[in-house]
Design a protein around this ligand. Structure first.
Ligand code: IVH
Length: 700
C-alpha cells in the first residue's frame, strides 16, 4: 500500500501536525496532506488493525481539517475523511441493477466433492497447469461497490442478485472502504467489486452487552446485525454499529476504451486481491493461499475450521476459486453459481430441536428473563439444553410456543440462541408462553416501564434472586475481581446465612468456613487474601460492581474520573451527570435512583468502614505501579481477557499500551492466533513475548 519512504513521510507529517497544535490548515496543499495523513491512520486502524496513534490524536487531526473546511468551503474535497457521514436521513434505498449479477456459491463438504469439482474444471479447460485459491468465507452481508475515475461511485446490497438496494450513503461511512482509490494506476477506469460487510465478534458482543444492560432486545448475530445496519436510515446510527467491509472479488473492470482488463492485464484472482490490498482495501490478503491440488486445499480448509473460533470475524467456510481469470471465463457460470468457485462449508452451528418448557429467571437488576428448556442437542461439539430468550419482544416477534421445533444457532463465542421457530411443522398441540405477572422468586408484582423491553421485579433488597445475583456480579472479573470466589461459593454461603449483602463479603467468618465440608486451611487462606486484595481495587471497579442500572464498565470509568470519593456522586443532579461523556438521560436517571436509595448509601459507608477503597486517589496510590514505564502491545485472542480488559489491567498497574510493535516495545502480550505483530516482535529480538499467565505473574 505505502512504500517505506511514504510511510516514513506520513509518520513525520503525523508528528508535525500533532506537535504543532496551534498550526492552522489554510491552503489546499495542507488540506491534501492532512487528508492523506488521516486516510493513512484510518487504513492502519480499520484495514491493518494496527494503529499507531491514539483515538484522541486521530480526533485532533480530524478536527483541524474539519475546522479548515468550515472556515472555507472551497477546501472541501469530495474524498475528504470528513465527508464520510451525511447528516441527512436516507428516505429510501432505490433499486439498482448490478453490472454483473451477484451469484451464489455452490457448496461442498468433503474431499469427494472437491475431487469432483477439480475433475469437472479440468475436463472443461485447455490450460495445462491449474491452480486454486482458498480464502475464508465471511458470514456477513454481501455488497457490491463501483468506483469510477478512482472515486467511490455507488454501493448496493445483493438484493435478488440482479437488482439490489442502493446504500451508497451508508457504505461511505465504513472507513475500511476508501472514498478514492487509484485504480487508474492499473489501467482501470471503472470497476465493480464484491465484498461482505461484517462486524468483529468482540465488537458485536460488546454492543449486545450494552443493549441488554439498557433493556433493549439483543441483536441476533453479527450477520443479521450487519445486514440490518446497512439499511438503517440514520447514517449517524450506522456509524455506531462497528461495520467493516472485506472485498474479495472483482466482477468487472474496464479501461478507458471500455475493454475489460480481467483475464488480460490482470490475470488472476490473487492479482485482484493484491491490487485491492495495495489500493488500501480490507481484503483476505494474508489469508489467501494458492494450491495446485485438492488434498492441499482440504488441509488448508481443515486448518481454518480449527482456528475459526479465534478468528476475529465470523466465517462459515472457505471459498475456493480457480485462480486464472481466463480459465474462470472458460468454465463460466450457471444461472445460480459460477462453476469456477466453490464454498467449502464448515460443520453447521445450527441445529433444530424441541422447545420443552420455558422458565423465568430473575437477574441482578430484577429483570425477568424467559429461558428456553430444550431437548438437548449437539451444536459444533457442545450440548445445548437451555438458552436465554432475552425478553418478551423476542418471544413475540418470533412467535415461539412451547412444543415448537426451534432452530438453535451457536456462532463462535456468541451465546447460543433461538434463531427461529419452525411454524410449518406445528401440530396444534403447541402452547403459548404466558409471561408471569408476579416475580417467580418473591411474588412481587412485575413492572414494565413504557419505554423498556423488560419486565422487572422492583423488590431490590427483598428478592433473593437479586440479592444473590448482585453479589455474583460484585465479585466477578470485571467488577472487584475476587479470584476463586465464584457463584458456587456465593450461593452456598448465602444458603448458610453467611452472606446476605455485598457488605457481608468483607465480614465473612473464616473459622466457620474452615469447618465446612470441602474447605481446607489453604483454600480459606486463598479466599481471604483474594478478598483482602479486592479492597484496594480502583474506584471504577467498585462503581461497576455496585450494579447501578445501565452503568456499564465505560460509564463506571467516566464516573470514577469525575469524583475523588464515590459519595460525591450523591450530589450530582441528572443534568450534571448528563454533562459527562456518553451519559444520556436514561443512564443519569439510573445513577440518581441508585444514590437516592438510603440502603445503597449505607452499603457504601459500610464497605468503606471495612476497608474497601471508595476514593480515586487511594486506588492509584495503593495499586502497585510495577508496570510503570513499560510499553505493551497486545495481539491475538487471550484466554480470559478481551483486548480492552487487558489494556485496562496494564494501565491499572502503571503500564502503557500502544498499537504497534517497535524497538520501544517492552512486552508483547500474545494470545491465540497472534500474527504479524508476533513475527515483528521476534525479529526485533528485544521484546519480551509473554502469554496471559506470564502477564498475570508480572502483576501478582
Ligand atoms: S466470491 C460469485 N468470496 O458467500 C462469486 N464470496 O454463499 C463471488 N462470500 O454470495 C463471490 N466470503 O456474498 C466470495 N471470500 C469470499 C466470500 C464470499 C463470503 C459470500 C458472498 C456469496 C455468498 C455465497
Amino acid at each position: 500500500m505505502y512504500s517505506p519512504e511514504e510511510l516514513s513521510m506520513l509518520n513525520t507529517q503525523t508528528q508535525d501536525w500533532l506537535s504543532n497544535s496551534q498550526q492552522r490548515v489554510s491552503n489546499i496543499e495542507q488540506v491534501k496532506e492532512l487528508s492523506k495523513v488521516l486516510r493513512y491512520h484510518e487504513w492502519r486502524y480499520y484495514v491493518l488493525s494496527d494503529p499507531i496513534v491514539s483515538d484522541f490524536e486521530y480526533d485532533q487531526l480530524f478536527k483541524k481539517l474539519k475546522q479548515a473546511e468550515e472556515r472555507d468551503s472551497n477546501l472541501i474535497l469530495s474524498d475528504s475523511p470528513t465527508q464520510r457521514i451525511s447528516h441527512a436521513l436516507t428516505k429510501d434505498f432505490p433499486e439498482v441493477e448490478h453490472i454483473v449479477p451477484m451469484l451464489s456459491l455452490d457448496n461442498s463438504y468433503d474431499i469427494d466433492d472437491l475431487n469432483d469439482w477439480e475433475k469437472r474444471i479440468k475436463g472443461m479447460i485447455n490450460e495445462g497447469e491449474i491452480t486454486f485459491s482458498a480464502e475464508p468465507k465471511f458470514d456477513g452481508s454481501g455488497i457490491s461497490v463501483i468506483y469510477e475515475n478512482d472515486q467511490f461511485l455507488r454501493g448496493a446490497t445483493r438484493g435478488d442478485g440482479l437488482i439490489g438496494e442502493e446504500i451508497t450513503t451508508n457504505l461511505r461511512i465504513l472507513k475500511s472502504l476508501p472514498l478514492s482509490a487509484a485504480f487508474s494506476k492499473y489501467g482501470i477506469q471503472k470497476v465493480e467489486i464484491r465484498g461482505e460487510v461484517v462486524i468483529r465478534k468482540d465488537v458485536f458482543k460488546e454492543m449486545n452487552t450494552k443493549r441488554i444492560e439498557e433493556g433493549l432486545p439483543p441483536l441476533a448475530n453479527p450477520r443479521n446485525s450487519a445486514s440490518g445496519s446497512l439499511r438503517m436510515q440514520d447514517p449517524q446510527e450506522v456509524a455506531k454499529r462497528g461495520l467493516e467491509a472485506f472485498v474479495y472479488h472483482v466482477s468487472y473492470a474496464i479501461d478507458i476504451e471500455g475493454n475489460s482488463v480481467l483475464g488480460s492485464k490482470i490475470e488472476t484472482h490473487s492479482d485482484c486481491i493484491n491490487m485491492l490490498y495495495s489500493l488500501g482495501f480490507k481484503t483476505p490478503y494474508e489469508e489467501l493461499n494458492i494450491y495446485d491440488n485438492t488434498d492441499k486445499l482440504l488441509t488448508y480448509c481443515n486448518e481454518w475450521e480449527q482456528k475459526r473460533d479465534s478468528y476475529p470475524y465470523e466465517i462459515d467456510g472457505m471459498v475456493l476459486k480457480v485462480n486464472s481469470l481466463s480459465a474462470q471465463e472458460e468454465v463460466g457460470s450457471t444461472s445460480h453459481h459460477p462453476r469456477w468457485a466453490m464454498a467449502f462449508k464448515f460443520k453447521a452451528r445450527q441445529a433444530s430441536t424441541k422447545l420443552l418448557d420455558v422458565i423465568f429467571n430473575v437477574g441482578r437488576t430484577g429483570a425477568v428473563t424467559p429461558v428456553a428448556k430444550l431437548k438437548p442437542v449437539q451444536i459444533g461439539g457442545v450440548t445445548v439444553s437451555s438458552v436465554s430468550m432475552f425478553n418478551e419482544e423476542f418471544l413475540l416477534t418470533r412467535d415461539i410456543r412451547i412444543g415448537d421445533t426451534v432452530l438453535v444457532e451457536r456462532a463462535g463465542d456468541v451465546i447460543p440462541y433461538i434463531a427461529k421457530s419452525v411454524h410449518d411443522v406445528r401440530d396444534g398441540s403447541e402452547k403459548s408462553i404466558i409471561y408471569p405477572s408476579e416475580c417467580p422468586i418473591c411474588n412481587s408484582k412485575l413492572i414494565k416501564p413504557e419505554e423498556e423491553a423488560v419486565w422487572r421485579c422492583e423488590n431490590i433488597y427483598g428478592c433473593e434472586a437479586q440479592v444473590v445475583e448482585r453479589m455474583i456480579h460484585f465479585v466477578s472479573k470485571n467488577s472487584m475481581n475476587i479470584k476463586g470466589f465464584g457463584d458456587k461459593y456465593i450461593r452456598r454461603f448465602h444458603e448458610l446465612g453467611m452472606l446476605n449483602t455485598i457488605v457481608d463479603i468483607y465480614r465473612l467468618d473464616y473459622d466457620a468456613i474452615l469447618n465446612l465440608e470441602g474447605f481446607k486451611e489453604k483454600s480459606v487462606d486463598n479466599l481471604r487474601s483474594a478478598i483482602e486484595v479486592s479492597k484496594k481495587q480502583s474506584l471504577h471497579r467498585l462503581i461497576f460492581g455496585l450494579g447501578m442500572r445501565y452503568v456499564g464498565e465505560q460509564t463506571a470509568k467516566t464516573l470514577a474520573n469525575s469524583v475523588t470519593d464515590i459519595l460525591e456522586l450523591k450530589d450530582f443532579t441528572e443534568e450534571q451527570l448528563m454533562e459527562l461523556e456518553d451519559i444520556g438521560p436514561k443512564v443519569a436517571n439510573g445513577i440518581k435512583v441508585f444514590f437516592e436509595n438510603e440502603e445503597n448509601i449505607l452499603v457504601i459507608e459500610s464497605l468503606r468502614s471495612l476497608g474497601v477503597n471508595t476514593t480515586r486517589e487511594a486506588a492509584s496510590a495503593t495499586f502497585s505501579n510495577v508496570l510503570a514505564g513499560k510499553t505493551f502491545v497486545i495481539t491475538g485472542t487471550l484466554p480470559s481477557y478481551s483486548r480492552d480488559e487487558a489494556k485496562a489491567k496494564i494501565e491499572d498497574f502503571g503500564g502503557k499500551v500502544t498499537g504497534s510493535v517497535s524497538a520501544k516495545t517492552d512486552y508483547l502480550l500474545a494470545g491465540e492466533a497472534a500474527g504479524s505483530k508476533l513475527a515483528k516482535a521476534q525479529s526485533i529480538g528485544t521484546v519480551s513475548i509473554i502469554n496471559e499467565q506470564e502477564f498475570e505473574n508480572l502483576i501478582k
